[in-house]
Design a protein around this ligand. Sequence first.
Ligand code: GLN
Length: 530
Amino acid sequence: MEKYVFITGGVVSSLGKGISGASIGKLLQLHGFKVTMIKFDPYINVDPGTMNPYQHGEVFVTIDGTESDLDLGTYERFLDIYTSKANTNTAGDIYQTVINKERNGDYGGDTVQVIPHITDEIKKRFRALKNNFDISIIEIGGTIGDIEGLPFVEAVRQFQLENSKEDVFSIHVTLVPYISGANELKTKPTQHSVNKLREIGILPNMIICRSGYRLNNLLKKKISLFCNVDENCVVEALDSPYVYSIPEALYKQNVDSLIMKKLNIKPAKRFDKKWFCKVRLLSKFNKKVNIAVVGKYAALKDAYKSVDESLNIAAAEVNAKADIYYLDAEDEDLIKKLWGCNAILVPGGFGNRGIEGKIKSITYARKNKIPFLGICLGMQCSVIEISRNLAKLESANSTEFDENTKYPVIKILDEQKKIKYRGGTMRLGNYKSEVKKNTLAYDLYRNTEIEERHRHRYEMNPKFVGALEKIGLLVSARHKGVLPEIIEMKDHPFFIGVQFHPEFASRPMKAHPIFKGFIKAALKESVNIK
Ligand code: GLN
């Protein structure tokens, strides 16, 4: 079976196309199909690795070490799958492939053009995962009408033409805004957006209308008539505080049956509603916990999307609600703002800005015995903090921030320069490490072998481990017996720093052990989670 569902978006960006697509994917999965999702981003960057999180949110990392758009995180969490390089595409990467082929003489003297060469490359990538999955849900980033998105939409048109009608389903996600002066929901933007789509030659089979208010039948009829889609295929998607309840909202509108009917597929197994019940249970809580996240991009939650999800998922599993406060590491009143927080998390990051603020909050967490979790740069900052303030290695630093520091407790290791990592100088993707028994790390994982995702250049310098272990630090996991992967403090209820990114591995109903332990410690419950 080889079926494709395309998702485009209209009117405005940030409509949650990824969440709509992933919710549909979840429903199809619950019917027993193998479902994947593939993202196409029309920007020229070859990958989002170097993009400012303030513009595009966090960089998600797949297990094969691909730096990708944060939507891949949504796909992984909803569908409980692992994505890879084949799940993320950008215009830059596609053009680069075509240009490289041209330089290589692969086009035999042809004039290389957007149509057919770029569109052919795009169509090839639509099919990239067809052998491993029954249904590929393909999300086209951007908004219909954007110049740079044209080759992608054109490729969708061609793909529809070249494949059986039974194999392709097209969904357009739009906005139905409420105009307060008129006290009305307006369908005109949706009509215009669908018109644009039809101009290009795509007739959507379904319209998902994002709205803050319910759509009545009259409104649905109007959209159906003007946009040329069946009335039952005009679907309402209300703003929802809990994203994992969206699949059920779509199920109640028969979205899954309508798609299966058009694709001419029968459910592969009896639909299991247990997932909906579990989700409903997760949104109930009887306690609250305040978590401070001290970072550089405090003003944009999406910059820490997976951290946010991981904290919420872990809290939900212990019937708690996490109130997460994103604090700017450069805020002069930072420490005052930490008062009343039950736990402190310092996430990953690059560059000097905010480092001293992060270090100060770690001192605060360490001295006041407040549960602390340091992720990647957060772990590196905790090593710097402990070196400076406990081991009295004054001005200890990472060579990322001070190349000539007397005590390079974090550095690019010489042996590392010889190793060829997937990301060039960057350690990217999954790497194994060995966890020591009788440690907090072991209590959490209950395993001596773990494998976690990485995205960093610098490492804790093994030369300082001896000195730091004398003053209470413990390296509780290592990669290949050498590189420190987890550090903890012996005389602290929960102080842990991890060189990797556990946030990318959380799934609803399968909280990551590190996050679950962290939330439990914040709630002052027994950390031993098994
Ligand atoms: N900047 C640090 C490094 O490159 C940490 C990276 C991160 O937190 N992802 O090692």
